[in-house]
Design a protein around this ligand. Structure first.
Ligand SMILES: [Zn+2]
Length: 436
């Protein structure tokens, strides 16, 4: 069986539906990976994640290495058992947090010398060490250690970055094969993915993509984005890398992003995403809600009940008729009755929600939206109740996971271009997180 199957290609963009086959189950793409930084997606249980539609989660190697340590997790039987998440797990190399959180860091040929932020302990994160830790965690997807220069992007520094990333990739690959063949890995089905660097310089992204492909990786992450650059720079980086990676390989966009960024990156051929936005923003009272409206609701039920809008299971192709599947495209153009999708964010802590007894998001089926009002959630935030962040996190994660389901359905039934047109940058304050 191939590692990745492309199921359906969009006719108007590079978007596609696919399936990644891992040793802990399949991942339907495009997919969003909730971030379980320290072996937990903050405030949410594994069962809830599964229930809300998460298929793969991301765990941070740096944090787990620091505490409780990969040796302890190996003893526990690997991260899947330790945190009781039975689905696929994606781990990063640890490099991003070394660059963003460590007290001190020095990039050397051997690796990165740094000091942990918790206790000041000095360590060297080498390409081999990163692979060893991830093997002990037993994730399904492991990433090579990469070097990235950060923002603002400088060409000369980026030239060094892709060269060093290539040399580190060779060493990571060698160590990975050694562990898989001669070691005692927790997860013998683990795959090591390459990373494409090169900032937003097309020549460097192309070279880095060719380097990674030349090394024989089957899957790739695009790194060095979501570090404070404008949206256009991020998309430029994606556009420069994608054409030089094998079409039938899964591609992850690291640390991205807002719903707008995700939809735009899907259109450019990215398959999986991870970002702290849904959970981090939830803890600050910012909620992502559907901006869907039905201008003249003479036939609203057809739209309102469509599975792509409600998050339900999509009907089988054979069940689709013109009547059961009205496209937003035709209806909107013809009579102004179309569903206008997209999204917006609200700050639930604002005074204006104090006596607002309406539901947070009428189109959402999360526990919060089914059971509570804006007024109640605002009260929980005002009172500093822990339930506030828990309910808000569950809602935002459900929003993101539903978004991915809507994207997959839109690609499946050929209306992804209309959907994408409705997802603009409504969020303002929300940026792709640098604290992955
Ligand atoms: Zn909700």
């Amino acid at each position: 069986m191939p590692y990745f199957d492309v199921i359906k290609k969009d006719s108007s963009s590079l978007a596609r539906n696919g399936v990644i086959h891992t040793s802990h189950g399949d991942v339907n793409t495009p997919a969003f990976l909730p971030i379980g930084t320290k072996g937990t997606v903050k405030a949410v249980t594994s069962e809830e994640l599964k229930f809300w539609g998460a298929e793969m989660i991301l765990a941070n190697t740096y944090h787990l290495w620091q505490r409780p340590g990969d040796a302890l997790i190996y003893k526990a039987g690997g991260l899947h058992k330790f945190m009781n998440w039975k689905g696929p797990i994606f781990t990063d190399s640890g490099g991003f947090q070394v660059f963003s959180l460590a007290k001190m860091r020095k990039v050397m040929e051997a690796g990165v010398l740094f000091q942990f932020d918790l206790d000041g302990r000095q360590e060297i994160l080498s390409p081999e060490k990163s692979v060893q830790i991830q093997a002990n965690l037993g994730s399904d997807v492991a990433l090579i250690l990469d070097d990235f220069p950060g923002y603002p992007f400088e060409h000369e520094r980026s030239v060094e970055s892709i060269a060093l990333t290539k040399r580190w990739a060779e060493r990571a690959q060698k160590e990975f094969l050694n562990i898989m063949r001669h070691g005692d890995p927790i997860n013998p089905g683990q795959k090591l993915w390459g990373i494409v660097q090169g900032a937003s310089f097309p020549d460097l992204r192309k070279q880095s993509a060719k380097d990674m492909t030349g090394l024989g990786f089957e899957a790739f992450a695009i790194g060095g984005v979501a570090v404070g650059e404008p949206h256009e720079e991020m998309m430029k980086a994606v556009e420069a890398a994608i054409p030089f990676l094998p079409e039938n390989s899964p591609k992850h966009l690291l640390g991205v992003g807002t719903p707008f960024n995700i939809v735009q990156a899907v259109a450019r051929g990215c398959d999986t995403f991870d970002c702290v936005i849904p959970t981090r923003e939830a803890r600050h009272g910012r909620l992502y809600i559907s901006a869907k409206n039905i201008p003249t609701p003479t036939t609203p039920s057809r739209f309102a009940n469509h599975p792509s809008l409600t998050g339900g299971e999509a009907p089988h192709l054979s069940e689709i008729t013109a009547e059961s599947f009205p496209l937003a495209r035709g209806s909107a153009a013809e009579g102004g009755e179309g569903v206008v999708e997209g999204y917006k964010t609200i700050d639930i802590r604002l005074e204006k929600y104090k006596e607002d007894f309406t539901t947070i998001d009428e189109t959402c089926d999360c526990y919060l939206c089914l059971n509570h009002t804006k007024s109640y959630l605002r009260h929980l935030f005002a009172a500093g109740e822990p339930l506030s962040t828990r309910l808000a996190s569950m809602h935002n994660l459900r929003f993101y996971l539903n978004l991915m389901k809507k994207i997959r359905t839109a690609i499946q039934y050929d209306y992804f271009d209309e959907m994408a047109a409705n997802y603009r940058d409504y969020t303002g304050a929300a940026q792709s997180g640098v604290e992955r």
